[in-house]
Design a protein around this ligand. Structure first.
Ligand SMILES: NC(=O)c1ccc[n+]([C@@H]2O[C@H](COP(=O)([O-])OP(=O)(O)OC[C@H]3O[C@@H](n4cnc5c(N)ncnc54)[C@H](OP(=O)(O)O)[C@@H]3O)[C@@H](O)[C@H]2O)c1
Length: 278
């Protein structure tokens, strides 16, 4: 690519795999990439659930290929990567979005809960990356975007295994970036804040929680899925060519932590403001 390219955000002619596109953020990521010009490989454990979304992508004038993928099954991962590669010849972009969560106080987490979350969010992400990177390395080009979370950098009660998996995603991102940078493959982590999807709709149905969380977000609202469009296209495109191993938090500023300080008891805030005024 020409270093002075004016097509910094243009994905025309490129092919992106987005894992977990049967619903939720995966569909938003895929739409944003398609809008920027990319053809799409869509995945789900139940391929038939992708039909409507595949039609939507094709109506945008892009090609789509729907494949079955269970990231907890190594042969399923290998099959998906082989079929995607065979269909398109080259895969330019991989968005590792497939993931799951189980919310429980730490004392109630079972052995199986832990395995399900870590196998899906961390082990699955590694082996999907490995399977797809083989082809990217052969073409000396690739953009891998690993979906993390604010729990990649913060602790949250009730999310111990999930947070461990997302912290691992951040570390995995740095190690893979170091491994594959020399082959022209960048690896970054896109870490969303709180977005309303199937996975967390129970939280959004609770007004008290929405008020609580909004108060801790500097821009004063939870995320809307389209808030992620710019970040995913950026990390998938020429524009981010010299960025690798990084975690980009798209969280309305939540992880600055600063908003927590402003919810201190009123008398304390008043005396702090009085001191600042001096
Ligand atoms: N929503 C948020 O606020 C938020 C914030 C930070 C990070 N995230 C992360 O972003 C990703 C998408 O979140 P979401 O809220 O859109 O979740 P979601 O609505 O629950 O969707 C999860 C997707 O992952 C797929 N998936 C789950 N287990 C899988 C497995 N074993 N193999 C392959 N695919 C699997 C599902 O596909 P099938 O069931 O069709 O197979 C589905 O398409 C997740 O990794 C999530 O942890 C979400």
């Amino acid at each position: 690519m020409n270093p002075t390219s004016d097509k910094l955000f243009d994905l025309t002619g490129q092919v992106a795999i987005v894992t977990g596109t049967s619903r939720g953020l995966g569909q938003y990521f895929a739409r944003a990439l398609a809008k920027a010009g990319a053809d799409l490989v869509l995945t789900s454990r139940k391929r038939e659930t992708l039909a409507d979304f595949a039609a939507e992508i094709e109506a945008m004038g892009r090609k789509s290929l729907s494949l079955e993928l269970d990231v907890r099954d190594q042969s399923s991962i290998e099959r998906m990567a082989t079929e995607a590669q065979a269909a398109f010849g080259q895969i330019h972009i991989l968005v590792n979005n497939a993931g799951c969560n189980i919310r429980k106080p730490a004392l109630q987490v079972t052995w199986d809960d832990w395995n399900q979350i870590l196998d899906t969010n961390l082990r699955g992400m590694f082996f999907v990356s490995q399977a797809v990177a083989r082809g990217m390395i052969a073409h000396s080009y690739g953009r891998i975007v690993n979906v993390g979370s604010v729990t990649s950098v913060f602790g949250f009660a009730g999310l111990a295994p999930y947070g461990a998996s997302r912290g691992g995603v951040r570390q995995l991102t740095m190690s893979l970036a170091d491994d594959w940078g020399k082959f022209g493959v960048t690896v970054n982590c896109l870490a969303p804040g709180w977005f309303r999807t199937e996975q967390n709709k129970i939280l959004y149905e609770n007004k008290e929680w929405v008020d609580y969380i909004s108060d801790r977000i500097p821009v004063k609202r939870p995320g809307q899925p389209h808030d992620l469009d710019g970040a995913v296209v950026f990390l998938a495109a020429e524009a981010s060519r010299y960025i690798t191993g990084q975690t980009l938090l798209v969280d309305g500023g939540m992880t600055t932590g600063s908003t927590r300080a402003t919810v201190a008891p009123k008398p304390l805030m008043q005396s702090l403001h009085a001191e600042q005024a001096v």
